[in-house]
Design a binder for this molecule. Structure first.
Ligand SMILES: [Zn+2]
Length: 378
């Protein structure tokens, strides 16, 4: 048990007491949610929130709730393509386990969902009578080994739960306590910044507006510790379209409209980000949406805002909607097969045969059309 934490998570730098608690968590009966939650709280208080979340993710991998370990999933493959124009090292990820996420029957078969329960207790059913997957009350009842870590983000209560079909290591869903739709409002950026701040920048926060979120009935963010390709993109002073004493806004050359904001001030970067998003949305309230990433680097917050349109969610050669991960240069592909004669189908074919132009075209295809100079959004 000791090795599990120390070999992969040596950077957690636990002292003897913290390591002992982590070992108790990993050694506990996975159905004993209360014991594990209490111990995670101890790690969060004694060490840090990020250490508690990373330990929780390991525990959820070990218990089998996370269906495949993102750091050693034998089915998962990555292919990198460096784009010299933007400086981005694009990544195509073949991740067939992602397909399990919306297959209710398979989730029952794999033990993620327990059906031997009182169905009457489940709340907030959708049009197909499926109870909401993100309501904590439902999770407590029907997901016997899923553990939620409560967190307060800018005065709003959320729960962090490991994504059971992760795209990256330490991939979390951060769901609001309240069952309310996946709508943008001005408090959202503050919650994202607060999550990044509370994890000392170890985690970044992601929000799919109505572009890429698979559950639109319940507000949720995502968190991950992994670097996203777009973080390394070339930005020069020529790309700067706004600056004041606190915040800089860049509009770099990219294949879909992207703003990058940088600031040490929470208040200032929140105000500027919200202004851009509100202006974009007001141009066409029915269709305009956005993908957002918030992270902290060298003491500065960085916010990435990708402008999106719900009429352009898919690229022609990729089946699923393109969300924040795709916009940031990590293209997740999960449908189709590669058979023994090297014949590939659906997205597996895209994984096998794509080159840099394929990726650029996919991004261009989801770029919204607009008639204004986007600089006017500031
Ligand atoms: Zn819900």
């Amino acid at each position: 048990m000791n090795n599990l934490i120390s070999s992969k998570y040596s950077d957690l730098n636990f002292n003897k007491r913290e390591q002992d608690i982590a070992n108790e968590i990993l050694g506990a009966n996975p159905y004993n949610k209360e014991f594990i939650s209490d111990k995670l709280q101890l790690i969060s208080e004694a060490k840090s929130l990020s250490s508690a979340l990373i330990t929780l993710f390991r525990q959820q991998v070990q218990s089998g709730f996370v269906l495949s370990d993102p750091v050693c999933d034998k089915q998962k493959k990555s292919k990198y393509l460096l784009d010299k124009e933007t400086g981005i090292n694009f990544c195509l990820q073949w991740n067939p386990n992602r397909e399990l996420r919306l297959n209710h029957d398979l989730l029952i078969e794999r033990g993620v969902i327990n059906t031997d329960i009182d169905q009457e207790l489940l709340i907030n059913r959708d049009d197909n009578e499926k109870p909401c997957y993100l309501c904590s009350q439902n999770i407590d009842i029907q997901n016997s080994i899923e553990i939620l870590f409560p967190i307060n983000l800018s005065g709003i209560k959320y729960y962090c739960g490991a994504n059971f079909v992760p795209i990256t290591d330490n991939h979390f869903t951060i769901m609001s306590e309240e069952h309310k739709p996946q709508n943008y409002d001005s408090t959202l950026i503050l919650s994202m910044i607060d999550f990044v701040e509370k994890t000392n920048g170890v985690f970044k926060a992601i929000f799919n507006g109505k572009a890429g979120a698979s559950i639109l009935s319940h507000l949720h963010l995502q968190g991950t510790t992994e670097k996203l390709p777009v973080e390394d993109m070339n930005i020069s002073d020529h790309d700067m379209i706004f600056s004041d004493s606190e915040t800089r806004v860049y509009k770099p050359q990219y294949y879909l409209p992207l703003f990058i904001l940088e600031s040490e001030s929470v208040k200032s970067i929140n105000k500027k980000t919200d202004q851009i998003i509100q202006n974009w949305r007001s141009l066409n309230p029915h269709f305009h949406t956005q993908n957002i990433i918030v992270l902290k680097q060298n003491g500065k917050f960085r916010v990435f805002v990708f402008l999106r349109d719900t009429r352009k969610l898919k690229g022609s050669s990729k089946e699923g909607d393109m969300g924040t991960f795709e916009c940031s240069g990590l293209l997740v592909l999960s449908k189709g097969i590669l058979d023994t004669t090297n014949h590939s189908t659906e997205e597996r074919g895209l994984f096998e045969n794509s080159n840099l132009d394929t990726i650029k075209n996919l991004l261009k295809e989801i770029a919204p059309e607009y008639k204004i100079d986007v600089r006017d959004l500031i």
